[in-house]
Write a protein that binds this ligand. Sequence first.
Ligand code: KIV
Length: 279
Amino acid sequence: MGRLSVHQLKEWKKEQRRFAMVTAYDYSAARLVEQAGIPIILVGDSVGSVMLGYDSTVPVTMDEIVHHTKPVVRATEKTIVVADLPFGSYQVSEAEAMANAMRLLKEGGATAVKLEGGAHVAPLVRKMVDVGIPVMGHLGLTPQSVNQLGGHKVQGRTPRAAARLMMDAQALEEAGAFAVVLETIPAPVARCVTERLSIPTIGIGAGKYCDGQVQVWHDLLGIYDDRRPFKHAKRYATLGATIREALKEFAGEVEESEFPTREHSFDVEPKVLKEASLA
Ligand code: KIV
């Protein structure tokens, strides 16, 4: 059957069919996403913050994204796998950007790439699309520019910023992007953008009118219960606590010699030990 086509998303938009996207960065997580029937996985550069312990997405490298994309692709058959172009991988030169995007498809096995920015990256998006690289855009709060934006602030709040956002979204659509992520912008602005584009918008902190919604794996599953969650994140499980409890129980049973029991052990005929001069 093969993977879902990126063009299917535009059809879903016409049918007003909503869809989910979730980040995943490894084999086991990607298997679960596909089993849950979620059609798109984003190997986001959020890997830097949630898996690698960086304080932002800025330090993430191409090698790291490729490393995390490969197992996600191996774990899935139907799901669209979008891999993030990390900061610095598409800003230096067009040639480098093209080579890095191709690497995510050829080496990583991704279906598509995602990059941040609007009108200024549109010529690059066009070039990628023209050579066969599907591109997802990303507007609003673009975490790779967190130092320039001065923190994780809501974007598109002034008339000028809202109009700019619309212009950027239209530039991405005209350049051939197949979808655009809208991050941390007012819901009414996201609604206008969604209504004016023919490609789907995928929101995170952008309200309910977007065509799709994306959440970060660790936020959705409550892995970091000791960190204050972003306002846009919803916890659907509390796996951090569940995992911690399981680990404590395991360690306790080992310390008390309660694990392993016969159930988790292997036996051998006593004569084997005898003949081996071990008994
Ligand atoms: O890297 C990421 O996880 C993202 C999402 C927040 C959209 O870009």
